[in-house]
Design a protein around this ligand. Structure first.
Ligand SMILES: *Cc1c(COP(=O)(O)O)cnc(C)c1O
Length: 361
C-alpha cells in the first residue's frame, strides 16, 4: 500500500464542507446554509427535465450547442466562446488543470471560495492567499501578491461568504496590472443578483486575460443538477474544451438549464424577492445588534461579537430546525452566513435570532 502515493499537493487538500441539510429529531427544517433559491427551480425547468425521461438511452450532445446558444442569447454573448461544465466547479477545475501545475501560483483572496484552493492543489499548483480589506477584495493586495509564477487569479464578485463586491473600474485596474501570462477569473456565481452587472462580460471582450464563470446553481435554482459555464477569449475556450469530457453534462441537465434560462419572468421574480427580503433580513438582524456588510448576493454574513456568540447562536438556531452556515473555515469565526429565504424563512430566522439574543441577555 505504501508505494501508492498521490501526486504532490493532493494530501494538502482539506475536504470541502457542504452546508448541512438535516437536524436530528427536527422535521420542519429551514435550510439556509447553501445559498439555494428558496423558490426552487422554475416550472419550465422541471417540465423539461421530466420530458428527458423518454430519452435516457441517448447520449447527450457533446458540444452543448443549444444551451450555449440560449446563454448567448440571454446575456448577449458569443456562444462560440461559452463552455459548459458540471457546475462552475468543473470550470474552475478545468482552469487549474489547464493553466497551473507544479511551481505555479494561484491567487485567491483571504475569504475567497474554498474551491479555488482545492482545485489549485489538485493540479499540483501552489495556492497563494492575499488579504482583503474590511472583508472586501483588495486589488492592490492582489497585485502585490503577483509574481512571475502567478498563472491564475480567482475572485468571486460578489464574493462568497462575504457578500461584498468591487466595481468595474477596480476589476479593470486589476486586469490591467496582472503580469503577463496570468489569467483573471471572475467567478460570477452571484452576478445575476446584481442589477445591471454583466459579471465582467464586457471587460472580457477587450481584455483577453480575463475569464468569467457562471452557474445555474444559485438564482436558477438548479444546484442539484450541476450546470455551470464559462466565458472568455476564443483561445482560452479552445484550451479548456480539450480537457472537457465529451459527455460531461447529462441530457436532463442540458434541457433543464436551457428551459430555466428562458423563463425570464420567473428569474425576475426570484431576483426581486431576494433583493427585498435581503434588505429586510439585514435590517432586522442589525436592530438585534447583529450587523452585516451590505450584501450584493443571496445571503448575509451576520457578524456576532465573538466566535462563542456565533457558535451558540448557531446551536440555538439548529435546535429550532434552522440551519445556517458556520464560516470559521473561511477565517470568519465570529460570523454566520445566512441564505436569504422566502418571506416566511426570513421572518423565522430573524425571530429565532431575536429569541437567542433575549435569552442570552
Ligand atoms: C455556489 C458557488 C459556486 C457555484 O458552484 P457550482 O459548481 O456552479 O454549483 C461558484 N462559486 C462560488 C463563489 C459559489 O459560492
Amino acid at each position: 500500500m505504501t508505494q501508492i502515493t498521490p501526486q504532490p499537493g493532493i494530501m494538502g487538500i482539506q475536504l470541502y464542507q457542504g452546508g448541512a441539510s438535516h437536524v436530528d429529531g427536527v422535521s420542519n427544517v429551514l435550510k439556509l446554509s447553501s445559498n439555494e433559491n428558496p423558490f426552487g427551480p422554475s416550472n419550465a425547468a422541471m417540465e423539461a427535465y421530466r420530458r428527458e425521461a423518454f430519452h435516457l438511452h441517448r447520449y447527450p450532445s457533446t458540444d452543448h450547442k443549444s444551451l450555449r446558444a440560449a446563454i448567448g442569447d440571454i446575456h448577449g454573448l458569443d456562444p462560440d466562446r461559452v463552455i459548459c461544465g458540471v457546475g462552475s466547479d468543473e470550470i474552475i477545475t478545468f482552469l487549474c488543470q489547464a493553466f497551473a501545475g507544479p511551481g505555479d501560483e494561484v491567487i485567491h483572496t483571504e475569504h475567497g471560495f474554498a474551491m479555488y484552493r482545492i482545485s489549485a492543489l489538485a493540479a499540483g499548483a501552489t495556492p497563494v492567499e492575499v488579504l482583503e480589506r474590511e472583508r472586501t477584495t483588495d486589488v492592490d493586495a492582489i497585485l502585490n501578491g503577483c509574481t512571475e509564477k502567478t498563472k491564475l487569479v480567482f475572485i468571486a464578485n460578489p464574493n462568497n461568504p462575504t457578500g461584498t463586491m468591487i466595481g468595474g473600474n477596480e476589476i479593470a485596474r486589476l486586469a490591467d496590472g496582472l503580469p503577463d501570462g496570468a489569467l483573471l477569473v471572475l467567478d460570477g456565481a452571484y452576478a445575476e443578483y446584481v442589477d445591471g452587472y454583466d459579471g465582467g462580460a464586457s471587460l472580457i471582450d477587450t481584455c483577453d486575460n480575463v475569464f468569467m464563470t457562471r452557474t445555474f446553481s444559485k438564482l436558477y435554482g438548479l444546484g442539484g443538477l450541476r450546470v455551470g459555464w464559462g466565458y472568455g477569449s476564443q483561445q482560452v475556450i479552445d484550451i479548456l474544451n480539450r480537457i472537457r469530457g465529451p459527455f460531461n453534462l447529462s441530457i436532463a441537465a442540458l434541457a433543464a438549464a436551457e428551459a430555466a434560462i428562458g423563463d425570464t419572468d420567473y428569474v425576475e421574480k426570484c431576483r426581486t424577492e431576494n433583493t427585498r427580503w435581503r434588505a429586510w433580513l439585514a435590517e432586522a438582524l442589525a436592530e438585534l445588534g447583529v450587523p452585516s456588510d451590505t450584501s450584493t448576493a443571496n445571503f448575509i454574513l451576520a457578524r456576532f461579537s465573538s466566535r462563542t456568540e456565533a457558535n451558540s447562536c448557531d446551536e440555538f438556531l439548529k435546535k429550532q430546525g434552522i440551519i445556517v452556515r458556520r464560516v470559521a473555515g473561511y477565517n470568519l469565526p465570529n460570523c454566520l452566513r445566512i441564505t436569504v429565504g422566502d418571506e416566511a424563512g426570513c421572518r423565522r430566522v430573524a425571530h429565532a435570532v431575536k429569541q437567542f439574543k433575549e435569552q442570552t441577555q
